[in-house]
Design a protein around this ligand. Sequence first.
Ligand code: GRF
Length: 204
Amino acid sequence: ARVVVLVSGAGSNLQALLDAARDGAYPAEVVAVGADRPGAAGLDRARAADVPTFVVPLAEHPDRAAWDAALTDAVAAHRPDWVVLAGFMRLVGPAFLARFEGRVLNTHPALSPSFPGMHGPADALAHGVKVSGATLFVVDAGVDTGVIVAQTAVAVEPDDDVAALHERIKVAERRMLVDAVARIAADGLVVSGRHARFGTPGPV
Ligand code: GRF
């Protein structure tokens, strides 16, 4: 399966996919990596792996709709079966979601539906939860509200600060992402209402 990955930052989730895909038996291939900013370190990881890159900065477009259209076209040019948002820190817009409906996945460093938004690890810590984790979901128009595909749990330790908790989550998050993308690429993904499962649609 052809996967386009979008990043804004460090790109360690991207790196996990690139590493997994080096094994010819891995069923997904990262065919391109896009970013919303030229300085995203994930772009260097893509270049190091000889994967094509593209950058679509919001500031270079008159408004969000124009940016969304340009991002949609840039991603579509690589004919993805799946689009993975891996630390992509912007909401994709309606044109993007219409074009790739049901095929956009995002990872969130919290156990949805708890603690959506930009500060999942900090919010979990502030709430005093004893378990947190990461969630892979099918992107919809909301903020971290999409149908849940996979989750992984990690313990919150008594002396955790935000960085320590987020780092522990990211270790589990990368494993979850690599495993789930393999399942989706090999077997497919069936979504029905709020429920997703790996596989192909059964007879009706
Ligand atoms: C991940 O925890 C992701 O869920 C969150 O930001 C982090 C990105 O990490 N949105 P990286 O850029 O993949 O290293």
